[in-house]
Design a protein around this ligand. Sequence first.
Ligand SMILES: Nc1nc2c(ncn2[C@@H]2O[C@H](COP(=O)(O)OP(=O)(O)OP(=O)(O)O)[C@@H](O)[C@H]2O)c(=O)[nH]1
Ligand SMILES: [Mg+2]
Length: 464
Amino acid sequence: MSEHEGGLKLAVVGHTNTGKTSLLRTLTRDVNFGEVADAPGTTKQVQGARIMLEAVPVVTLFDTPGIEDSMGLLDYLEQLSRTNERLDGPERISLFLKGPEASGRYEQEARVLKKLLECQAGLYVIDVREPVLAKHKDELSILASCARPLLPILNFIASDSARLTQWREALARAGLHTCVEFDSVSPPLEGEETLYRTLSILLPAQQAVLTGLQLQSLKQKIARRAASMTLIAELLIDLAALRESSQLEPEALAQALVLQQGRVRQREQACVHSLLTLFQFRSDDYLSNPLPLSEGRLSVDLFNPEALKDLSVQAGTRIGAGVLLGATADVLSAGLSLGTGMLIGAVVGGAALGIGRYGTRVLNHLKGRRELSVDDEILQLVWVRQVQLLDALERRGHASILKISVHEQQSQKQRSLITLLKPLARARAHPEWSSLGHNFCDSLARQATLKTLAQTHHNEAIAK
Ligand SMILES: Nc1nc2c(ncn2[C@@H]2O[C@H](COP(=O)(O)OP(=O)(O)OP(=O)(O)O)[C@@H](O)[C@H]2O)c(=O)[nH]1
Ligand SMILES: [Mg+2]
């Protein structure tokens, strides 16, 4: 990237290993930016990254190497001042940059100071788990000599050993009264907006751009959530509507179950992948447990009440909804054998009316076939897993190098029971709504249910 581009230039500076490169990764949502490691001296060269506002690059952030020997450098700068009297801070730094030590003993530090002087402001990244030591105070004094506005970023605030008060006091003593609390691995939910808002106080001339970035960050967050909810709703409809026919023989049934389980797992993984992509994380960032599908978890679902209700509506006048619903109640309470008997009349009537897919389904059953569908518990489990993954993604910084892992919680499972079942029951009655099936049809009714479901999830997630 050219160093002479327009727009706001910010140098990301600080002691070594405080999370400067990590902050850049998180702010640019780029997991591949620079090199991150839990060791000092990881970044050796200055490297820039652009931040776009509606596709226009408006800010360039410059990652810099960590300051390592601030105490030695401050002594050296003071020595320079003694031999060159009446130098102000930036003049003293410029003199140092022209001197031999800038490419010798303090080469690393010189890169940082040169970049800060070229920028309009600096983000001073602090590891707040560290006690405030003399080296930090000297570092602050050197950075202050550059006479650029500095915004301290109190990084690692999610850590138990954060020393926020101590750092705030030390910064105030150095004349830095405004700072931002952050964590590049688990950023606060509104961390980015707060950062831009606070920066606009330090840089009033850049207020329009910084307010624009603040709003953009908020809008993108809302848009990501809505898109995620639609992805999850699509997954659930695909699974709820999935209906496959199998022969009754135990071997054929077992084989069909295994096949269906595989497709359910694959479909869930596809949703996980889409969510990770939407949030700009890598596929291998997620440590998923395969869905605990096992024998018996995928149930025969021919007599789902909603499907039967639909059948009664379609069969309508000839059979009589009341009669059929009565039969349904019997089927559900007494089991398949009784149900089969009770349904024969309905099927005959329905077949005479040409009731389409339901007639075929019921006839299939009578001909000795079974229809397999994904049971409610699995659907709830899938929902809990996806919503928890979404939560984790919203709270994850792009600097995180740990895998995301999600564990289902019973309380959420129970809550989801109430809100999920109604729209999904509707999907169960429409095998053509599943993109996993053979006759996929994205009808208006499917889209309406998808919208309801995505909205239900949205409200559910907000209520959490
Ligand atoms: N928990 C947590 N870890 C962080 C945070 N920021 C950085 N890290 C970790 O701290 C270590 C150092 O991060 P870097 O981003 O490489 O730090 P740096 O300041 O660029 O380091 P140098 O380039 O060596 O000066 C890495 O292991 C990061 O994963 C944070 O806010 N929270
Ligand atoms: Mg670095």
